[in-house]
Each structure stands twice: as structure tokens, then as C-alpha cells.
Design a protein around this ligand. Sequence first.
Ligand code: IPD
Ligand code: CA
Ligand code: CA
Length: 285
Amino acid sequence: MARSADAPMKRPMENYLSAAVEIARESGALLAQLSKRPHEITYKRPSDLVTEADRRSEALIVEHLRNRFPKHAIVSEEGGGQKTGSDYCWYVDPLDGTTNFAHGFPVFCVSIGLAYRNEVVAGVVYDPMREELFTAERGLGAYLNQQRIHVSKHGSLSESLVATGFPPFLRDHELNIDLYYTFTRLTHGVRRAGSAALDLCSVAAGRFEGFWELKLNPWDKAAGSLMVTEGGGRVTDLAGGPFELLGEAIFASNGLVHDQMLGVFSKHDAQTLGERPKAAAPVSR
Ligand code: IPD
Ligand code: CA
Ligand code: CA
């Protein structure tokens, strides 16, 4: 039987999304509260910080997800997840923007994405500092505080604001700095705000025309990638191939500047990116 025009839209992920929203709000409130206190900072690797807030937020989120969805798998950044063999897997970044958080720079969030067979079907990103709640369900659009959001309509790269990020490792061989330099010259600017999940939400909301990163974990990009596609944008790898949640690179845009940006990436092929100019030999005086 045909669906009548005013029949409510079926939302198969509704229960999952509303649970994730509740949990993200609770962990976001915890982060906001902890942000006012001094932090206990430890290092996973040099320049790779972790605070008590990452761990406490993760413990809270994972416990709630486990209680509500005991059969689902959970992959969470600080290692507190669970393997169950389920086709459903939650990807959790309990604090995206740890370095910002540790320095008192108020740009960080909680990111929770649900994948079914490695395809993201629902996602929540919550920024407790601005009280911005981004939500998306596959096929049903992206929302900011329950208002539908869309990618920008700017099609000119030279009038675009774009964003990128750098992993907290590979400090000595950071290939992306070349792309950062190139895009700084080609656009209105390149932002490096320090939270990949929020960067992706900014593409979805039309604040940035594009965002790329060479190495991101699935918990950084699960929820945000869905936000972009549901906001009407395009998400691929840096060669324009299909986006892989479990892959490393991500390139998200409003769709209109996608091919122009892909053209720039293609000029910086692996060899160009790999062969950074060597520091000039010291000159004796
Ligand atoms: C980091 C942030 C940053 C990105 C790094 C991520 P974390 O996540 O998303 O913007 O550039 O690659 O590792 O460590 O703050 O959760
Ligand atoms: Ca992260
Ligand atoms: Ca994190």
C-alpha cells in the first residue's frame, strides 16, 4: 500500500540515535565541567596527549552503550570498547580535541557514530562549549540543534574556507604541511582548529567548503562523515575513490569544490608529498 503524504517518515535508527544523543549530552556536560579544572596530562607518544577527561568520558559512554545495546560492538579511542561479532558497531571519540582541551582552548566535542557493516547509519557530535548538537541518520538529513543543515553553495575554490588536521605523530615527516601551504595560497584560508569531528560538522553546516586529513581513525570520522553526506556534501578519499570508514584518509566537501580540490591533491602525489625539501646544509661563516 502506498504511504500517504502525511504518514510519518520511518526512522529505523531513531532509538539508536536518541540513545546516542542522551549519552553525548551527558558526556559533553562532564567535559564542560572538567574543562574548568586543572588537567592530569599523560602522553601516549610524544605530542599525543591524554587527560583524565578522555578516560572519564569514555567510561561513561561505553558503560551506557553496553547497558543499552549489549550485543553491539564498541570501538572507542582509549580502548574501553567491546568485541561482540555484531554487524552493529559504535565508534566513539570520547573527547575529540584533546590537545585543545588540555590547553584550555575551548574547541572540543564528543563524537559517537553507529556503523552497520562498516557503513555509518547514525551519528552525533556534541560541542558542549557552544551547546551545538549535530545529528544525522542515513537518508534522513543532518541537523544542528534540530534545525536541518546543508553544505555551502560556494563553488569557487579561491573564495572557499577549508580545514585540515595533523595527526599527533609523524612530527618530523608531516607530508600534509605541503598541502596546507598550497591551499593557504589558493583559498580564503585553511583552518586547523584541532577537532576533526567538528571540522566535518562545519562542512555539513556550510561553514567550511572542504576538509581533509591524511590519517584519521574511524572514531574521528564516523559521525562527522555522515553529517557531511546527509548535509548534501561529498565524502571520498584523497584520490576521489570511495570513502572507507576503516581507511586512513578522508576528504569531505560541499561537492561543488570537490573536483577542484582533488586536482590539487593529485598534483601532490605520493612522491611529491614524500620528498620534502631537505633542510639546507649549514653555511660556514
Ligand atoms: C585529533 C583531532 C585533530 C586531528 C587529529 C586527531 P583527538 O583527535 O581530531 O583535529 O587533526 O588527527 O587525532 O586526539 O583530539 O581525539
Ligand atoms: Ca579524535
Ligand atoms: Ca579523542
